[in-house]
Write a protein that binds this ligand. Structure first.
Ligand SMILES: [Zn+2]
Length: 396
């Protein structure tokens, strides 16, 4: 007789991606073959005809910056990137000590909404040192059964122009951070090649991945993106480098865009978008057709950068579809596929899906089809992580 594991669960009467009703058996955290019968005593969850989705992936967040769980604070920073950066630094001075608590509140909320994995950028710079990284490293150990957290050491306040930052980023990797961040090498550091070369050199030394914020638009951003692609190819880092935001992809002319998409595809650089409302969204369909990995995040949630955000990746898929002008089901499904499959490819998460052998991360919602689930964003009927049912979502 097979021993029952804490990660066993029989999920009855669900419709994978809106298909016909089946039972999904999870044994030891993985989806079992359809011919396997549940061992006696296996916990049963009745899905009552719910649509089943794989666990959702938030590929770009800033857990350390959030004010989640704190009283509402009106948004006061001015509209430019630099004004938001200045406000961020000022506000965070009073919030560093509570980083772990604030990040935990938001991460638990995201988990309850079906996010199984989250890549979060964490500020690293001399004034705050590694305070944020240490808080997030502690948190991810404590919360690992409910959500998997990947960390990016992020030079929010500049790398070349903020001496000491590079050494702290490398130290962060030594502590267990997986990815090196970057930001607008040309317009933040006024040294495109200097910042990009410093990040790639660190990656070469440490084996870490790279994920660079690129808000730069037009030719300024295009030139940075080209250099990132060039360095990725030169160092054989295909599949380990991402550009977040990539606003330039929505602001250059057609001929330039075509060339950039070819360069991104050839280099194996991923693009991460949060489907912003006030900046151009990279062309998801064209990037996907070119074989480029496109993943989706929320970016900051209720912080100095924005009062918006609720951590719901179904909602973010809807926003990506909406901003992309998608109406047909297959296009709306592409937006959710970027959240799930794109996020998995970006973060190297294997076995993502609902087939036998995949990890038992499931989200159950009352919806007819995948497109219906994206548009309606129903409350989560159940969320399962590694075969364990999570507590219900908090009210906010
Ligand atoms: Zn960001």
């Amino acid at each position: 007789m097979t021993a029952i594991s804490g990660n066993d669960l029989l999920v009855r009467n669900v419709r994978p991606l809106g298909g016909g009703i089946v039972d999904i058996l999870i044994l030891d955290g993985r989806i079992a073959d359809t011919t396997t019968t549940a061992p006696d005593g296996t916990e049963v969850l009745n899905g009552a005809g719910a649509l089943a989705l794989p666990g959702l992936i938030n590929a770009h967040c800033h857990l350390d910056k959030t004010r989640w769980g704190l009283p509402w604070q009106p948004h006061t920073p001015g509209p430019t990137r630099d004004e938001r950066i200045a406000a961020d630094r000022e506000l965070r001075r009073g919030l560093m000590a509570s980083t772990k608590d604030r990040a935990a509140a938001l991460a638990e909320h995201c988990a309850a909404l079906g996010t199984s994995h989250i890549r979060t950028h964490v500020d690293v710079e001399p004034e705050f040192g590694l305070t944020g990284v240490e808080a997030l490293l502690e948190l991810r150990e404590q919360i690992a059964e409910r959500i998997t957290i990947e960390l990016v050491a992020f030079p929010q306040f500049g790398l070349i122009t903020n001496p000491g930052t590079a050494a702290l980023m490398e130290a962060a990797v030594g502590l267990g951070v997986e990815v090196l961040g970057g930001i607008d090498p040309s317009s933040i550091d006024n040294d495109r090649a200097g910042q990009i070369d410093a990040i790639f050199a660190m990656a070469e030394r440490t084996g870490a991945g790279i994920d660079i914020h690129l808000h730069e638009t037009g030719e300024e951003g295009a030139a940075s993106l080209e250099l990132i692609c060039e360095r990725t190819q030169a160092l054989g880092m295909s599949g380990k480098v991402a550009v977040s935001h990539g606003f330039c992809l929505g602001t250059v002319e057609e001929a330039r865009l075509s060339g950039l998409i070819d360069a991104i595809a050839a280099a194996g650089v991923a693009v991460v978008t949060y489907a912003p409302g006030d900046s151009p969204v990279p062309p998801l369909k064209r990037l996907a057709e070119a074989g480029v990995t496109v993943a989706v995040g929320t970016d900051g949630i209720r912080d100095a950068w924005t009062p918006y955000g609720n951590g719901d990746m179904l909602e973010r898929a809807m926003m990506l579809a909406y901003r992309s002008g998608f109406r047909r089901d297959e296009d709306i499904e592409l937006a959710l596929d970027a959240v799930i499959s794109g996020g998995a490819r970006l973060m190297g998460i294997e076995d993502r899906g609902l087939a036998p052998g995949c990890v038992g991360d499931l989200v159950l919602v009352e919806a007819e089809t995948v497109a219906d689930a994206v548009i309606a964003r129903p409350s989560r009927q159940a969320v399962i992580k590694d075969g364990i049912r999570l507590p219900a979502v908090s009210s906010r």
